[in-house]
Design a protein around this ligand. Structure first.
Ligand SMILES: Nc1nc2c(c(=O)[nH]1)N=C([C@H](O)[C@@H](O)CO)CN2
Length: 126
């Protein structure tokens, strides 16, 4: 299985359950691992044959900047759905971090996986 990834995509947004969190934008950070067969892109050297990580990042920035979720769970779930539905990604792992949200920790958040992980090697009959 090949992976196209985005690491530490920072976006400012309204997120949180407390009153003060509804008033100020906070920074969240996303890490994404997206299953995508890159063999055709590697063969042709053509961006049209792969998952364009810049296009994914731009779409997620626009979505998250315009959102006002209470929970990181909701944001993560909906961001994953966008990537799967709009970019044809069959499986992904997404980490959504809220830096500095809990005193004493570097960050907190959720890690979710969505979709069917493609089979590789002997399991795929290769
Ligand atoms: N599982 C979660 N726990 C908490 C969340 C959350 O979104 N998911 N949010 C908060 C507060 O908004 C917190 O981030 C403020 O510091 C607390 N717990």
């Amino acid at each position: 299985m090949d992976i196209v990834y985005i690491r530490d995509l920072k976006v400012d947004t309204i997120i949180g359950i407390y009153d003060w969190e509804r008033e100020v934008r906070q920074t969240v950070s996303l890490d994404l691992e997206m299953a995508f067969d890159i063999s055709e892109a590697a063969r042709t050297d053509n961006i049209e044959h792969t998952l364009n990580y810049k296009a994914v990042a731009k779409r997620l920035i626009a979505f998250i900047e315009g959102s006002e979720f209470l929970l990181v769970e909701t944001m993560a779930h909906q961001a994953a759905a966008i990537v799967r539905d709009e970019f044809g990604v069959s499986w992904l792992r997404l980490r959504l971090s809220k830096p500095g949200a809990v005193r004493g920790s570097r960050d907190v958040g959720v890690i979710i996986e969505r979709g069917e992980r493609p089979l590789t090697g002997a399991a795929a009959g290769a």
